[in-house]
Design a protein around this ligand. Structure first.
Ligand SMILES: Cc1ncc(COP(=O)(O)O)c(C=O)c1O
Length: 395
């Protein structure tokens, strides 16, 4: 037999595979004896399974041959109307022709990278930031430059320096209850970032899957809605935390030239997002008081966040610091000294508790003493119990 020639190797994108720690942490969360605060899953109580089942029933009986058929790339008209109504209601005057429905906010990030980034282009990000966005930018071959953050989000002066020095095409922000820190970008800084984008000429990606989950304080207007940002800001949203992540529905709202490029890119990726899922989501949004549901979900998250905040002083070593989120699902911890949260994870698991080490969320040299806790998935009693276990693991 002739020698067999191996097929060509797979493409390797440096920095694009950093998710293994999170994957491991999520695997641990499946163990029944572990109270896991690792995953970023919305509370199951916040998902209206019965209402969604009825919405699927309705659209499948009403128009089965439409909702089971191929459809347009832009997305279901009724869903785009519902999204445009919500955006306008929150201060971004728009119409149903503007949002493009995506397969989760994650696909919106992939589209953004596909239409904007060439290998070697620069993206500035909050340090730390959403891991899967970092992976997306790495896959595009982008150079990712971290910008320092504090309790009010990205530090604008530091961003201005990065912009002058590195000339990024894109600045990526998670303005509300950020993943992983839970922090919110202040209004003053939203205005300043929009101004800077106008002066220096860069795109802003405003990724906001958590904004509807505010449980303290007032909603803040989007960066995208600030003076000067409309022609250079891309707002990304999701139904994952509002309805259910399994629907895999999100949207991108962008200037028209950008939107057109995204439609072409999406055609090559998946033609369109699931027709039946979009129809059911649109029907659900048209027939339910979603704002009241979101108020209930936010109340649930507030209770859980407060339970965690109350338990942390006892659970964590003296000198630890943590964020105080006004919404969303995450809280960010820094342990004192030179401890490594990744090395401590097996010890925590052996005590029946799990978290995500902070290091993979950094674009630059990681602060290994950090970790992310999600308070969304457990009731206050379990949170108290879990924090006691964490206390034992850390002593
Ligand atoms: C900041 C951020 N962006 C995007 C996503 C992806 O959301 P989706 O489920 O809509 O794809 C997440 C999910 O956790 C996220 O935290």
């Amino acid at each position: 037999m002739a020698d067999r020639v191996p097929p060509p190797g797979l493409v390797h994108h440096p920095g694009a595979g950093g998710g293994s720690v999170i994957r491991e942490a999520l695997t641990l969360s499946a163990r029944p004896d572990v109270l896991s605060f690792a995953g970023g899953l919305p509370a199951s109580e916040s998902i209206d399974a019965e209402g969604l089942r009825a919405a699927f029933d309705q659209v499948l009986s009403e128009s089965p041959h439409t909702v089971l058929q191929y459809s347009v790339t832009d997305g279901d008209r009724r869903l785009r109307e519902a999204i445009a109504d919500r955006l306008t209601g929150r201060g971004l005057l728009t119409d149903p022709d503007r949002p493009l429905v995506t397969t989760g906010a994650q696909q919106a990030l992939a589209l953004l990278a596909a239409v904007l980034l060439r290998p070697g282009d620069t993206v500035a990000v909050e340090e730390p930031t959403y891991l899967a966005a970092l992976q997306c930018f790495a896959r595009a071959g982008a150079r990712v430059i971290p910008v320092p953050t504090d309790d009010d989000g990205i530090e604008v002066e530091a961003l201005a320096h990065v912009v002058d020095r590195e000339r990024p095409r894109l600045v990526y922000l998670v303005p509300n209850f950020q993943n992983p820190t839970g922090r919110t970008l202040s209004l003053e800084r939203r205005r300043a970032v929009a101004r800077l984008a106008g002066e220096k000429g860069f795109w802003i990606a405003e990724d906001d899957p958590y904004g509807d989950l505010r449980f303290r304080g007032q909603h803040l207007p989007w960066v995208t809605a600030q003076d000067g940002a409309q022609d250079r800001s891309i707002l990304i949203g999701s139904l994952s935390k509002i309805l259910a992540p399994g629907l895999r529905l999100g949207w991108i709202h962008a200037p028209l030239c950008f939107r057109r490029a995204c439609v072409v890119a999406k055609q090559a990726m998946d033609l369109h997002s699931s027709t039946v899922d979009q129809a059911a989501a649109a029907h659900y949004l048209a027939t339910h008081d979603i704002d009241t549901r979101l108020e209930h979900a936010s109340f649930l998250y507030r209770e859980r966040c407060d339970a965690m905040l109350a338990a942390l002083p006892e659970a964590l070593p003296e000198g630890s610091t943590w964020s105080h989120p006004d919404g969303g699902m995450f809280l960010w911890v820094r342990l004192p000294g030179h401890v490594n949260a990744e090395e401590l994870l097996p010890q925590a698991v052996s005590h029946g508790v799990a978290y995500v080490p902070g290091a993979p969320f950094f674009a630059g040299p990681p602060d290994r003493s950090t970790l992310r806790l999600s308070f969304a998935g457990h009731n206050p009693a379990n949170i108290e119990q879990g924090m006691k276990r964490l206390g034992k693991a850390f002593t």
